[in-house]
Ligand binder design. Structure first.
Ligand code: MLT
Length: 394
């Protein structure tokens, strides 16, 4: 008889954002006229910027004519887009070659798929609270997870020590869910540790475009030594509103080698076997994100989300609630009031203010007692939700 992947039996019965969606759906069934203020999953509310929409139209027209039509795309990404992303790094004085850039259908897809490169015997170090897909993808693959709890005391930015013994290290900066960002010295400690132990860092930089402090690094490859120990995974989901359009990119330096195996070459082998690439239309549109016009427009949208963050932070300041994030990241991580549990606070917010957020417990045990707000809602909803928060907590 066939044996299923029994690792699935070790997963929580359902995924965090699915649970929230179900609870929200039930509330709406019981209160069909209610308007919900959705600040749970980090899904964007602003439409794609004009430059990207123009790219979509051009690409659609290309596909309508024999002379410009594209069939299968190169599995690792269209050369024009790999080059646009490579340039994006080089403009910031980060030395990345075009063939070190791989185009993907999004960071969450890639964070799971990339595990193909590593033997199952490797342990994965996950700093918690953590984006739950890191944990679930490792559980599905039957990998041992080394949980590294972080806390308010270390600013949710723990550093390696003798107990952080694992071959794979997940770092997410700016962090989802806490909004904390590693500085250069802190990242250098992780890079040095990884190089010293032969580990590989999976660096999730999905929120790099939200960093406003000029001293903070946007890429692990700004850190000396990272080319021999890190893979960087990025996404246009939040940066350019691609949650429904889907596109990401991954950087694997050619110097990343373990046991004589080159990870850049292995990923080419993997992609050419397992995908037929991202569609031409989406890659052509994504290319516009990296033009001066596209950069200006996506940053105008990011500025709107930053304004939402300020609105929410002001609302939390009034009742004196402790929070972090919001400045260099699109998430605000707050302490639940009056020692409430995070799911208890979720229910209170939903029932008494029609606000949907994300309970900290969903990001790991040490997230209990905290709560996350996404700042990707509409300006009007965020303003109204902020007023309701002040009323409820003030
Ligand atoms: C989140 O809310 O944590 C993210 O939107 C989830 C994701 O990017 O998949």
């Amino acid at each position: 008889m066939l044996t299923p992947n029994m690792n699935y039996s070790h997963l929580k019965s359902s995924y965090l954002f699915y649970n929230i969606a179900q609870k929200t759906k039930r509330y709406l069934e019981e209160h069909p006229d209610a308007h919900l203020y959705r600040m749970g999953i980090g899904d964007v509310s602003l439409p794609l910027c004009d430059a990207v929409v123009k790219g979509l139209h051009i690409a659609a027209d290309d596909q309508a004519k024999a002379e410009t039509f594209n069939g299968y795309m190169p599995e690792c990404g269209a050369p024009f887009l790999r080059s646009a992303v490579g340039e994006y790094y080089r403009r910031r004085s980060i030395d990345i070659a075009d063939d070190e850039v791989f185009i993907s259908s999004g960071a969450s897809d890639e964070l799971g798929d990339i595990l193909d490169l590593f033997d199952r015997s490797n342990r994965s170090l996950i700093i918690e609270p953590a984006y739950p897909a890191y944990v679930d993808a490792n559980v599905m693959g039957g990998r041992e997870i080394v949980h590294l709890p972080s806390s308010r005391e270390n600013g949710f930015l723990p550093l390696p020590d003798d107990n952080t013994d694992a071959e794979l290290i997940y770092l997410c900066s700016p962090n989802n869910p806490t909004g904390a960002v590693f500085d250069r010295d802190q990242l250098k400690k992780w890079v040095d540790r990884a190089n010293a132990h032969g580990s590989v860092i999976l660096f999730d930089a999905a929120y790099e475009a939200f960093i406003e402090d000029p001293a903070l690094p946007h890429s692990i490859f700004e850190i000396e030594g990272a080319r021999t120990c890190a893979i960087e995974i990025c996404s246009l989901s939040k940066t350019a509103g691609f949650t429904g359009t889907r596109l990401g990119y991954t950087v694997i330096p050619k110097e990343l080698v373990r046991n004589g195996m080159n990870f850049n070459e292995m990923w080419i082998r993997n992609r050419t076997t397992k995908t037929n690439g991202v569609s031409y239309i989406i890659q052509r549109a994504a290319c516009e994100v990296f033009t001066p016009e596209g950069q200006q427009q996506i940053h105008e949208n990011i500025a709107v989300y930053k304004q939402n963050a300020r609105t929410l932070m002001k609302a939390l300041d009034k009742p004196g609630i402790w929070y972090t994030g919001g400045k260099n990241a699109p998430y605000i991580w707050m302490e639940c009031p009056d020692g409430m549990g995070s799911w208890e606070f979720f229910d209170k917010l939903l029932n008494e203010a029609q606000i949907v957020g994300t309970p900290g417990e969903g990001f790991g045990k040490c997230g209990e007692g905290y709560f996350r707000f996404s700042t990707f809602g509409s300006v009007e909803d965020t303003q109204k939700a902020a007023e309701k928060l002040v009323e409820l907590l003030g």
